[in-house]
Write a protein that binds this ligand. Structure first.
Ligand code: GDP
Length: 364
């Protein structure tokens, strides 16, 4: 599955946020078992009101949301790239995730020590980014010699790789992230194999004081402005509030949310933003037994989308019976959609769209 790593300096609220995420998932797990893979790895349900709409129309017995994996990656401190703190372990963990949720301290609480002495989100972001860039620089420099040697021969891939590395190195040396490396779409796959941390998409999670949970504060404003200049995303949450909501009975949640001025738990926004950051979309399978959401990458064709359910569906793919979400809901289900001519039979080349309600025909 797809993984989003939670990083940030010590004491910014990473664990509080991670625990809230996993406790919420556990509380909502009536329909499917919540699973903690390792102490710092958890799967959470992706909140999607569309799934409830579909289940209502089809009178589905069960609702099964799709899931996203979060990894709490502790140990990033100044000097991590040189082996400080959990150094290498940290770096190994972060290489394995697909995107980064970077928690930034935007709360002031004097009882909680700030490792750098004062609350300064922009400086904190720079500290983390610098460590990641230094680590990327180090890993590329270590590979350079062997790669140059290989590229002298007939190894075409080594030549292309070297070319990418030589584009990344000057950027990193200037203190710029590897995501700024200009590259052609056909080079993307090879570029990803370099495993550069500063090439991964970033979501800033501004952890604000309880009183600022609804509107944010000057610190979170600064982070949002910073995110804009990088083309990154930012969300505002109060991890402390989220940790309270997570363990609250559902009946009490609505009142509590209203009291703190929130339309929904902030975690929903974190999960959805993480999902979008990863370039993921959702399709649905709907019937009387269950209404279920499935995750695919944008641009996935019908057979590969079917393969997410079962490899047999992909191997024996014939057609995808397809109804767009808007049609399914407006026309009150499959028969209404059929009568209105909104039921389509799509073939192997069809690119599945977000919200599609699908039923796969396949041969064994
Ligand atoms: P980590 O080191 O980044 O994982 O940080 P923790 O989640 O362990 O949090 C460090 C301390 O900050 C704990 O004492 C938390 O209770 C506190 N903390 C986390 N989030 C908030 C917040 O939104 N407001 C306040 N006042 N304290 C927080």
């Amino acid at each position: 599955g797809f993984k989003c790593g939670i990083v940030g300096l010590p004491n910014v609220g990473k664990s509080t946020l991670f625990n809230a995420l996993t406790q919420t998932a556990a509380a909502q797990a009536a329909n499917y078992p919540f699973c903690t893979i390792e102490p710092n790895v958890g799967e959470v349900a992706v909140p999607d009101p569309r799934l409830d709409d579909l289940a209502k129309i089809a009178a589905s017995k069960e609702i099964i949301p799709t899931r996203l994996t979060f990894v709490d990656i502790a140990g990033l401190v100044r000097g991590a790239s040189k082996g400080e703190g959990l150094g290498n372990q940290f770096l190994a963990n972060i290489r394995e995730v697909d995107a980064i949720a970077h928690v930034v301290r935007c709360f002031t609480d004097g009882d909680v020590t700030h490792v750098e002495g004062k609350v300064d989100p922009k400086a904190d972001i720079e500290t983390i980014e610098t460590e990641l860039m230094l680590a990327d620089l180090d890993s590329l420099e270590k590979r350079l010699f062997a790669l140059e040697k290989k590229a002298k021969g007939a190894d075409k891939e080594a030549k292309e790789m070297l070319d990418l590395v030589q584009r990344a190195l000057p950027l990193l040396r200037e203190g710029k992230p590897a995501r700024l490396v200009s590259r052609k779409p056909e080079e993307e796959k090879l570029f990803q194999t370099l495993g550069l941390m500063t090439a991964k998409p970033v979501l800033y999670v501004c952890n604000v004081d309880e009183a600022d949970a609804d509107k944010g504060n000057a610190y979170s404003e600064a982070v949002i402005a910073q995110a804009k200049t990088e083309g990154a995303r930012a969300v505002v949450v109060s991890a402390k509030i989220e940790s309270e909501i997570a363990v609250m009975p559902l009946d009490d949640q609505a009142d509590f949310l209203e009291a703190v001025g929130l339309a929904e738990p902030g975690l929903n926004r974190v999960i959805r933003a993480g999902y979008e950051l990863l370039g993921l979309i959702t399709y649905f399978t709907v019937g009387p037994k269950e209404a279920r959401a499935w995750t695919i990458e944008k641009g996935t064709r019908a057979p590969a989308a079917a393969g997410v359910i079962h490899t047999d569906f992909e191997k024996g793919f014939i057609r995808a019976e397809t109804i767009a979400f808007a049609d399914y809901t407006a026309l009150k289900g499959e028969s209404g959609a059929k009568e209105a001519g909104k039921f389509r039979l799509e073939g192997k080349e069809y690119v599945v769209q977000d919200g599609d309600v699908l039923h796969f025909r396949f041969a064994n």
